[in-house]
Design a protein around this ligand. Structure first.
Ligand code: ZN
Length: 88
């Protein structure tokens, strides 16, 4: 009889442990998925008109040239492009 009770207690503890591990994994997967889902909105890629590399909108250097918004990968690219645009 004692063995039977022990088995129930052990089974319950094992069940709780498995449940905890599974719920933690689900939380981790949900976190990962939400981070992944948010990416297309925040990490929109824009082409640098000077060096033609693609920059994430978050990290882009924005300049308004002739009323048009241009996105650059760096300050240098923005400056070089501005120099090209201004008639000498
Ligand atoms: Zn660039």
């Amino acid at each position: 009889m004692i063995r039977f009770i022990f088995l129930i207690v052990f089974g319950y503890l094992a069940y709780r442990m498995v449940k905890k591990i599974i719920s933690e994994k689900i939380v981790f997967i949900k976190k990962f998925q939400s981070a992944f889902d948010n990416n297309p909105q925040t990490e929109e890629l824009l082409e640098d008109p000077y060096c033609h590399t693609f920059v994430a909108a978050d990290h882009a250097h924005v300049r308004t040239i002739n009323g048009k918004m241009e996105f650059f990968c760096s300050q240098q690219c923005a400056d070089q492009f501005m120099l090209q645009q201004t008639p000498s």
